[in-house]
Design a protein around this ligand. Structure first.
Ligand SMILES: CC(C)(COP(=O)(O)OP(=O)(O)OC[C@H]1O[C@@H](n2cnc3c(N)ncnc32)[C@H](O)[C@@H]1OP(=O)(O)O)[C@@H](O)C(=O)NCCC(=O)NCCS
Length: 170
């Protein structure tokens, strides 16, 4: 089967924060950011597998810094690991300073998408080979995150999460 690298799926969405997208403090509303991240991740997943994809889970979203109205927001999504029919997509969110153009990391999130056929049945995806140091770190830890997500959603028992258990027993 075809093999891909993370850069094959790189998706960058650049947009501004408008007043209608903010909360009572005039900062970007969390749900609006989640929707933008979901869109970027969906495109990245599609680029990886060239199939219809659906969001299976959203994990580890960290709203570390508020994003004020008028900010330029850059969302970068890449597949961090491919499993059988599912893909983990890591998304980093940055703001860009108007004058210096300097980027500041504000948020990140980890999404799982599943490739499906037209009936919604999961289908296999190409495998992924990470290239950079960061891509390799994210690839290595992805199985733990998948098992945690499956435990939290009740899809597997904690006793079946071998990678997670190894964290505590090694
Ligand atoms: C996601 C979905 C396709 C999974 O279908 P399913 O019949 O349960 O299929 P499976 O049990 O074979 O799971 C498919 C893959 O998803 C993974 N998966 C399912 N739920 C998961 C979760 N909560 N976290 C991580 N991975 C998950 C499985 O581990 C499996 O991965 P693998 O094949 O790479 O090992 C199905 O639940 C669905 O269509 N959900 C609705 C999706 C949707 O509408 N999203 C938009 C939200 S509004």
């Amino acid at each position: 089967m075809e093999v891909k690298t993370p850069k094959d799926s790189l998706t960058i969405l650049t947009d501004m924060v408008l007043p209608a997208e903010t909360n009572a403090l005039n900062n970007l509303f969390g749900g609006e950011l989640l929707a933008r991240m979901d869109r970027a991740c969906s495109i990245a997943a599609q680029r990886h597998c060239k199939r219809i994809v659906v969001t299976a889970s959203v994990n580890h979203v960290a709203f570390n810094k508020a994003v004020p109205v008028g900010s330029v927001v850059i969302i970068e999504a890449k597949v961090s690991r491919a499993f059988s029919t599912s893909m983990e997509i890591y998304v980093d969110v940055w703001t860009e300073d108007r004058e210096s153009g300097q980027k500041t990391k504000v948020n990140e999130g980890i999404y799982t998408f599943v490739a499906v056929d037209r009936t919604g049945t999961p289908v296999k995806v190409p495998q992924l080979i990470p290239e950079t140091k960061l891509e390799k770190e994210r690839y290595e830890s992805a199985l733990r995150r998948k098992q945690l997500s499956l435990v939290l959603s009740g899809r597997i028992k904690p006793s079946e999460a071998s990678e997670l258990r190894a964290l505590f027993t090694s």
